[in-house]
Design a protein around this ligand. Sequence first.
Ligand code: NIG
Ligand code: FE
Length: 418
Amino acid sequence: MKNNMIIKNASQVVTCSGFKGKHGKEMSELHVIENGAVIIEKGIIQAIGKTDEVLKNIDESNYTIIDAKGKAVLPGFVDSHTHFVFGGYRAEEFGWRLRGDSYMDIMKRGGGIVNTVEATRGASKEELINLGKKRLDSMLSFGVTTVEGKSGYGLDCDTEIKQLEVMEELEKSHPIDIVKTYLGAHAVPKEYKGNEDAFIDDIIENVLPVVVERNLAEFCDVFCEKNVFSIEQSRKLLTSAKEMGMKLKLHADEIVRFGGSELAAELGAVSADHLLQASDEGIKAMAESGVVSTLLPCTAFSLKEEYARGRYMIDQNCAVALATDLNPGSCFTESIPLVFALATLYMHMTIEEAITALTINGAAAVGRADKIGSIDVGKKGDLVILEFPSYEFIPYHIGVSTVEKVIKDGIVVIDKAK
Ligand code: NIG
Ligand code: FE
């Protein structure tokens, strides 16, 4: 029967059980069931436990059966920070950075994000849908079942809305669930150079109301950074977005220590992201206010910057999430295996913490920890089955995907064993 599935005999069911973000020490608790089974009905998880107990009194003929002997089962990964809808590429910038230019040097001389803005403004909706689909296919193959996607390559109202509409279309046609974020304040458009306050006012007066009225995005985000948008401008924009009913995210303390983490705590943002330069006070404030600290190690790797202080943040009781940051500039990758490798080897997170950060805490970072991110009764049947018997193989098989099957809403959508 459609969406009815039994997965049985799994060497491990790594439940990551929980319904909200996990802080500090809780991040080590994966709640593993050995020789486990999961029952999914109509796409929703109905039972979890030891195989013999769960299957007692169950008529298996009503279900698609997957024998996961010798394999570990985990929740589908949640990639909670991406910019996957964009036109054009910036391959030349990668070479410039290798020769010593910094990300901000390139941005200051008129390259960077605004180049992608030109290409995205010029791309048709169909082109963006086709490009977005390819990137989602790639993410799905890595075991991602929910992705957050941001606008921010239009900056003008029409193109921002076009990007959000592209995600709306893809959400209907692709197995991956998409959480949409409006990032209209991603860079200062040429039209507003030197007039940033007016740009923020324009967004508040003319764009946010349309986004909210048409329900085009759940979150509002801003690039809060020196030489981009100030703390005051970010506060003004996000306060208005919150008043209009949106949830908040920030690109915070990425390039310089700027106070974005503190601002995220002050405004009750759902997450603050990047955080390479977050201060001790900012980290404490995020931990205390329950802001998810979303770390993007592939970006630090790609920009050859110091990694965010993941270990310290967890020790300070933060809820840490990990994500790819897929975008055409600072980090062109959808590789979940690379995230795991960098988080464990260079950010000093344990394997358990990294898994929590890509499952239940990723779900918390998109405000959906009650529906996804763990194998719990009542949650969506979004799972991955590894080709290996334990979750430790995920970072151990360095840079290579260990995901054999991906199950979305109780249906097998990827099967590499076939
Ligand atoms: O998350 N830091 C700002 N935004 C993106 C990069 C966008 C781009 O370079 O196109 C980020 O790293
Ligand atoms: Fe980003």
